[in-house]
Ligand binder design. Structure first.
Ligand SMILES: [Zn+2]
Length: 149
């Protein structure tokens, strides 16, 4: 069980962004979840270095997976771990700010495993559409992230 004080530390450390898809918690209808990087079911702890802030969408899709498949290199690789890796070294935003592009095997495998762009659906009926509104409102992408120029 993770207490409220620990949750607050995790939320603040993440700058209130989902540590996978970088959605802002402040415009979400629900509080984000505390994700265990090594799932509890396989022995992961409640220590801060095993916790990440995740939107419900990413948390559900990550489920108990710790690895993913990169189509470009045909490699099984670990999913992005925000305690060990830097987001901007693995992901970049499309020029319009609505699509996350993995730029490494870890980035690509994580995009696919977490379905970070709702690829099965058309732009206007997916998470990419919501991000388009956030961009218009000046709330997205986070200023430290890069975009394809
Ligand atoms: Zn997310």
């Amino acid at each position: 069980m993770i207490d409220d004080a620990t949750k607050e530390i995790v939320r603040k450390r993440a700058n209130y962004l989902c540590e996978y898809c970088h959605s802002p918690e402040r415009i979400s209808t629900t509080r984000f979840t505390i994700d265990h990087l090594i799932p509890k079911s396989i022995g992961g702890s409640d220590e801060l270095n095993n916790l990440a802030l995740a939107c419900r969408r990413c948390n559900e899709r990550r489920y108990n997976f710790v690895a993913g498949y990169d189509l470009e290199t045909n490699a099984v690789v670990p999913l992005f771990n925000p305690r060990q890796k830097i987001w901007s070294e693995h992901f970049i935003w499309s020029a319009n700010g609505t699509t996350i592009i993995g730029v490494t095997p870890i980035g690509r495998a994580t995009c696919k495993r977490l379905d970070m762009n709702d690829d099965r659906y058309p732009e206007d009926d997916s998470v990419r559409s919501a991000r388009g509104f956030w961009v218009k409102a000046g709330l997205h992408p986070p200023s430290e992230d890069s975009r394809v120029s």
